[in-house]
Design a protein around this ligand. Sequence first.
Ligand SMILES: [Zn+2]
Length: 248
Amino acid sequence: MKPLNGLTKELLCYLNKAMHLPQPGDYIDIHVHGGTPAAGIFILESLMAHEEKLPHDASGVSYTYGIHPWFLNEANHNQLIISVENSVNQPGIIAIGEAGFDRIRGPSIELQRLAFEEQIIISEETRKPVVIHCVRAWDELLSVQKRRKPKMPWLVHGFRGNVELASQLLSKGMYLSFWFDFILRPESRDLLRHLPVNRIFLETDGAEANIRTIYDKVAADLNLSVADLKSVILKNFNAFFGLPAPFI
Ligand SMILES: [Zn+2]
């Protein structure tokens, strides 16, 4: 089956039939841990390889699967990579991640780089995009991007940096989703207004934040109605996953 610039047609059919894709009018929460979908809210739940959790067949939710750098070590590295390889084609898993780098918490940067590049290879082979965790390691992230020249898009989640850093990541084709606490602050308005709206996502990261409150704040910052912001983010979702837009 010819891939549709991303997900295969078979997976696409499965996802849409089972409502594993956001529907028009949904709030999209692009990064969640352990959430339960609620009416009108579509979530992308991040499953972490070390937990060995598998997707549920529930509507309103799809999954990413990957190795979070916090939980990687020399002893579990091989086993976690095998787990990603074995799980990534499970129905409902539409992206790799969260994967990436953390200079504050986690193993040596060399081991993080190895595991990240292995996951990038899996992403390219399976044509699934990547959700990225990156803390104080932008040089590492950008150097892997330069070396691997991935065809699949990358989404940096939990972003809370400045306009310069955001522009640098966007210039490499990446998408950004913002740290919920940062995006709710008044000072994030300037950053939002400097970014192209076709590259942004919003998330709660599974914290106590309410995705509706986040949409309200961002819509006001961008002088958009919440309904317009929802359709912007749905378009971004379709673009990120290589789905035909509008997808019905
Ligand atoms: Zn997370």
